[in-house]
Design a protein. Structure first.
Length: 537
């Protein structure tokens, strides 16, 4: 009789937990605690996995991990295994994967996918259809890791295979299995969209159209969910905003951000909105608003899976804003914080790169990743990191990737620890020598991006070489070239001496006469007017 009452109480607690888990936190925790105290080991472990999932949703990844580790130890210590425990174990490893992935502990995440695979293979209690769905889910997890490492083409191929297989399964499924498979299909399509988004190189890249197309497909799938997810539309809009930001369509992005649906208080997207608003306002040059939302992002208590990665962007935005307002102490502070975050991601990716299993060499060769394996190891790591750390504005990170002494107002050069192949360095130095004989730098639209494109290299390498070999920042380097050119022209061309200071500035690529005059005096010790007066005497 007591056993029967206990079973009935456990059943009620499970049903209550399932009812409250998405609508009331206090009630959810109440019933989780009841489950964890059950004498039935299956119910007890169900309570533990429920508690781990609750902590995960709250962004408490360490608490979630601790609960999972305790749960797995309990299952391992059990004298017998059954279908319930096997199912809970696979769910526990799956949750562990996402904990590690979202904390950018990529090697641990990869090792967890192998454990999941082994559990599926060794599990005789699973039906063939369940095994297939679990294999597909694990395959998608591996693709997720490849996205983090910048292996976008490989990830897209894997995810398309997963989508094709899950699409074949869906017509055969009913009820909860159908519901879960539709969620999985939508998630897979969104991951393909993410891969296209991150592999895009500029605002005109066709990959951005592909990203939006897959986001659209994923959103259409969510419309068939039963019950409907109230945040599906908001999440779709957030993804669409990211595409618009990459396309530099900032006003269109802002219109969506201000839309009623995405701003709804019942939808928990505040952290993502703060992040996207900070970026959007920054690019619209509304710096006070950008700074305000940046601080809101940093102060937001609930952690989301992208918090740490997004934090690098936000810290660099604040660094940019303070740099432009000449508040150098604050600029350095936020730059240094960004570098610390960047180095943490760097370390985790480096650990993952040491595991050759992660690359699946056959696929690497098929998808033209052989180059990534053969390149110099240090340079290879830099490329991986620079291609995967930031979804949207990696240029912010690159411009602030510096250590050592504080910035001075003139941006004194600080030593950067880039590892550049010697042959590449020699090639860039040779091209710089030819460049100095040209007049390319006189164009008002000229900047480091233009020159990097001209040299067919990237701004990071170019900036590093100018810093190290020329002993100055890129801005100082170009300023000196321009002013030296003007001095030579003034010495030989008497007509040029009759130009106004503004006209002289425009002759060598400056749009602002005051900025030109300051640079001229800093280099020559005289104002342009004083220099012209001496020439004419």
């Amino acid at each position: 009789m007591l056993h029967s009452q206990s079973n009935k109480q456990d059943s009620i607690a499970v049903n209550k937990y399932n009812y409250y888990k998405l609508i009331d936190k206090d009630s959810t925790l109440h019933y989780i605690n009841i489950l964890k105290k059950s004498n039935d080991r299956c119910i007890k472990f169900t309570g533990q996995i429920a508690h781990a999932n609750f902590a995960y949703r709250e962004g408490k990844f360490q608490s979630s991990e601790d609960e999972i580790i305790s749960l797995l130890k309990g299952i391992k210590d059990s004298t017998t295994r059954d279908r319930c425990l096997d199912k809970i174990m696979i769910n526990a490893y799956s949750r562990l994967f996402w904990i590690y992935k979202n904390r950018y502990q990529l090697l641990k995440a990869f090792e967890t996918t192998k454990k999941i695979e082994n559990e599926i293979l060794s599990n005789t209690s699973l039906s063939s259809s369940n095994k297939q769905r679990l294999f597909l889910s694990n395959k998608a997890n591996m693709a997720n890791l490849k996205i983090e490492l910048g292996l976008y083409k490989e990830a897209i191929k894997i995810l398309k295979e997963v989508d094709l297989e899950i699409s074949k399964l869906i017509p055969k499924l009913k009820n909860e299995k159908l519901y879960n498979s539709l969620i999985f299909k939508s998630s897979t399509l969104n991951l393909i969209g993410n891969s296209f988004l991150e592999q895009s190189k500029n605002e005109n890249d066709i990959s951005l159209d592909s990203a939006q197309a897959y986001y659209n497909k994923a959103y259409e799938v969510t419309k068939s969910f039963s019950p409907q997810h109230k945040n599906s539309h908001a999440l779709y809009e957030l993804r669409s905003i990211k595409v618009l930001l990459k396309q530099k369509r900032y006003k269109q992005a802002l219109r969506i951000i201000k839309g009623q649906a995405i701003a709804s208080e019942e939808i928990n997207v505040k952290q993502d909105l703060n992040f996207l608003k900070a970026i959007t306002f920054y690019n619209l040059n509304e710096l006070d608003s950008s700074k305000s939302y940046s601080y809101k992002f940093l102060k937001f208590k609930k952690q989301t899976p992208n918090t740490e990665k997004n934090k690098i962007v936000i810290l660099n935005i604040l660094g940019e804003i303070y740099k432009n307002s000449r508040q150098m102490d604050s600029a350095y502070k936020y730059s240094d914080l960004a570098i610390n975050e960047f180095n943490t991601l760097n370390k985790n990716r480096s650990e993952a790169n040491n595991s050759h299993y992660l690359y699946d060499f056959e696929r690497v060769q098929e998808l033209n990743d052989e180059l990534l394996i053969k390149e110099n190891a240090k340079r290879n790591l830099v490329i991986f990191i620079l291609s995967s750390v930031i979804i949207l504005f990696i240029v912010f990170i690159i411009r602030f990737y510096r250590k050592g002494k504080k910035f001075t107002e003139a941006f004194t050069v600080s030593k950067k620890e880039y590892s550049i192949d010697k042959s590449l360095e020699k090639k860039i130095l040779s091209e710089l020598a030819n460049f100095e004989k040209s007049t390319l730098y006189l164009d008002q639209e000229f900047n480091i991006k233009v020159l990097a494109k001209h040299f067919k290299t990237n701004t990071t390498y170019l900036s590093s070489i100018v810093n190290e070999k020329k002993g100055k920042t890129f801005k100082q380097y170009i300023g000196e070239l321009r002013i030296n050119f003007l001095i030579q022209k003034l010495q030989s061309d008497t007509m040029l001496r009759k130009y106004t200071v503004q006209a002289l500035a425009e002759e060598i690529g400056y749009s602002n006469a005051s900025a030109f005059a300051r640079a001229f005096k800093k280099q020559t010790g005289k104002t342009p007017t004083e220099f012209l007066k001496e020439l004419n005497n």
